[in-house]
Write a protein that binds this ligand. Sequence first.
Ligand SMILES: [Zn+2]
Length: 425
Amino acid sequence: MARSDMTDDELAAWKARKDAGRARAYEAEVKTATLLRDHPEAIDGFRVFCARMGGFYSIRNCMRIYGQNPNVAHVQPRRFWGGYGFNREVTDPNAAIWIVAPKVERTFTKEVKNERTGQTEEVEDSYKVWPIEDIYPSAATAPKGGPCVFCNGPEGEPCPDSCPVRQPQSGPPPTREDVAEAVADVLKKLGGFDASVLTTLGPDPMRDGYGDPYETPGVRWGTISVTTGATNRSGKPRKRSYRFLHTVDLDRPGVRYAIAGLGVIWISPYELRNDTGNGHAAVTIQYGDDVPAADRHWDSRFHKEGPHAPVLNGITFAGTSLVYPHEERWRWFSPNRAGYGEVTEGAAEKMGQILRQLLPHYRGLVEFDAIEEAGFRKRAARRAREADHEAKRLAEREQELAEQRADAEQRAADHRHQAANPNEL
Ligand SMILES: [Zn+2]
């Protein structure tokens, strides 16, 4: 609800909630800063906590988050859980953690009287606000509109701990000096912080031999952005974001892209291609996970959708497409829909946008060479089976011909004998 649509009571309740949130955020940052001042040996651990937030929150906000819920693994604003990318709903509003959002600067025009000329002029002015914002741990969210594409957990229920959504993210830790500065800022009027204590901490475990910042291991979310065709108020095309994770499967071989709010897309080397692997070759796109054998249809024109089949514009994709990453064949790109026929042009166009973002990711994977190699091995094994079959067929034919030849030679010998010995007739 827009604030302007609220009744006075609703507005008062909204304001009271925000004020309580601001008080909690402040209390939490003081608590964390005090803890770090009194136990500077905890600073490195706190840096890991910050890194695991994915590099998304400032150090001060990480102090606020830690002070309110030190066990939290993955937090996002409500709009990020919702339509923005994860396709989840917040199921426990009481789990809110309060932070201060990045400063927002608003500009406006005001009229002032110019003392020198005596005339009224319009001048630009601005003010800054630090809005208070509630964010939610993944444990307080559940997949909506279908099972979780990452762990297959049911709609409406929080995912288990093992789901990637519940895991910490990969990210760069802040330096000890940056943390010390933030602690000093928070404690400015509460006794301050003596940063010289950092010299007692010993070598920094979060620097590699080159002095480059280190990244904590964790989940690394990818983002796909799709232009929806509609425009927003300023006339710019509207975009929708999808968060995704990938898994490499060298047995298949292929890469499974699990995309929140969309479904699963597999990219694999095209099995029947006959090039020598210059890297520009065709790939097979499969919409959804494998269709169970029992669900396959006898009619090859009918496409049964697999589990987590992608849905765009309300249309479910099914089956596979062949795509040439470096060729402009997108005009002929027309994937099949679940059932009979192809998806609409609009749905195909959006899928094309998605694939053109996934393909560079696929081809940039460190495992790409291994996937290609596994693809070649699989194709070679298939070609070997085909050649074996052909050799067997030719051996049978050879046997037949040898028998026919022996017969003919026998006949030739018989006739030569008759020609030489007419008396024997
Ligand atoms: Zn899940």
